[in-house]
Design a protein around this ligand. Structure first.
Ligand code: GAL
Length: 416
């Protein structure tokens, strides 16, 4: 149902467009899960709903990290035609909740006991002013390295424990004629590197101070210069065709033994699994060297747009399906992420997944579950995008590291 409400405010238009639609039998879901592994995971959700006779209208917007999806969403809401449910990350959820656009899921959350099983670090984004506004489907983390095991074996490489060991492994792969680091030159992918590098250089306190608290001293520190120096070193290990490459094509280079390593969130595991590869046998997962036992997380959540008369039956069914223990295991086994609830038996997850679930729960228990800057969990989109610009400009050689540090301090100051 597409209508145009010229002259009305976006919110009023959104309300009018959806009022009375509560009995529609379908959910329309806007998301950016278009790679092979992502699509397989989404099918788990589609099938769950179809088992409940709820139809699925797909609204895919390609583009890893969701930047394009958020632009399309804004256009849809502005034209008075918001989707039923939207995949969203971190502060984007908060921004829409502030605009009053999201439905209150409190009744469903209470019935499902969400408060007790979803950690506070996630609830920070799933709730707004005491109201549940989104259902978290998973927890990903960004500080991972994915490695082709055959290449590592061939070159006699062990899992690197330190930055220096990692650089030596990259160099060995390069010398042997492989692409050392599979990468796609898109701002969000470089920002994904940055999460791990900041954590490895300065530990959780430095990550918290610079990426989350936006402390000017930490942002302008010698440690931050070291971060940019390491980013420049990593830049030296990517191939010549990296510009604009999609992340899943970079993963495919590791899968196909063209490249040795990729720095990427654990959605990359979904690609390996989708290609029939087995963790520990065909590929390895390990934390970015120097960030062992630490977690920079992002959680995909489904926010429900207000239907006027409260939450529709379809929205309730979708939210309930997402939060059910069986679904959380079934979905996350395919997606590469781990459940958003901390009360589940993880024995069905593979070795990487079990490790990730343990890391997640340990980080949560110790108060060290750090929001990923690269994926919108450290600061709102305005600050995130300002950081992206500096990181990418430096990665592409526009600034040296000292200038990048100065640019970062200024960009954050202006955007926050
Ligand atoms: C992340 C999202 C993941 C995955 C990835 C690449 O932001 O949380 O689920 O989709 O982007 O598209």
């Amino acid at each position: 149902m597409h209508r145009y409400f010229g002259g009305k405010t976006a919110l009023a238009a959104a309300f009018l467009a959806t009022a009375g639609m509560a009995q529609a039998a379908d959910v329309e879901v806007l998301h950016w899960w278009t790679s092979g592994g992502e699509a397989s995971a989404l099918n788990v959700l589609k099938e769950d709903l179809s088992g409940q006779d709820i139809g699925w209208q797909d609204m895919p917007v390609a583009g890893g990290g969701g930047t394009q999806a958020m632009t399309v969403l804004r256009a849809r809401v502005t034209s008075g035609n918001p989707p039923t449910a939207v995949q969203m990350l971190g502060f984007d959820i908060t921004d829409w909740a502030k605009e009053g656009a999201l439905a209150n899921l409190n009744d469903i959350a209470e019935e499902g006991g969400w408060n007790e099983v979803v950690p506070a670090a996630l609830q920070k984004f799933s709730t707004y002013e005491g109201q549940w506004v989104a259902a978290p489907v998973n927890v990903h983390s960004t500080n991972w390295v994915w490695a082709n095991k055959a290449i590592m074996d061939e070159l006699g490489l062990e899992e690197p424990q330190t930055w220096d060991e990692f650089v030596a492994a990259l160099q060995a792969a390069k010398d042997a004629g492989y692409v050392a680091l599979a990468h796609g030159g898109q701002a969000w992918q470089e920002a994904t590197f940055f999460d791990g590098v900041v954590l490895a250089v300065g530990g959780p306190e430095f990550y918290q101070a610079s990426m989350i608290d936006l402390d000017a001293e930490a942002l302008g520190s010698d440690q931050m210069k070291e971060v940019f120096d390491r980013m420049a070193t990593l830049r030296g290990f990517v191939d010549d065709n990296f510009s604009g490459r999609d992340w899943n094509l970079a993963t495919a280079m590791v899968i196909n033994k063209e490249a040795a390593f990729q720095l990427m969130g654990d959605w990359a595991k979904g690609e390996f699994l989708n290609a029939g590869k087995v963790p520990g046998e065909d590929f390895l997962c390990f934390r970015f060297p120097g960030s062992q036992d630490q977690v920079t997380f992002n959680s995909d959540q489904f926010a429900m747009f207000s239907q006027g008369e409260g939450v529709s039956d379809e929205q309730a069914a979708l939210a309930n399906a997402i939060m059910s223990p069986e679904f959380q295991i079934a979905f996350n086994k395919v997606k590469g992420s781990v459940p958003a609830r901390t009360d589940l038996d993880a024995s069905e997850l593979d070795a990487c997944g079990q490790r990730a679930y343990e890391d997640f729960k340990a980080a949560d228990a110790s108060g060290n579950l750090l929001g990923s800057m690269g994926h919108g969990h450290a600061n709102p989109a305005s600050v995130k995008n300002a950081m992206y610009d500096v990181i990418t400009a430096h990665f592409n050689g526009e600034f040296d590291s000292a200038t990048a540090v100065e640019e970062l301090v200024t960009a954050v100051d202006i955007s926050k």
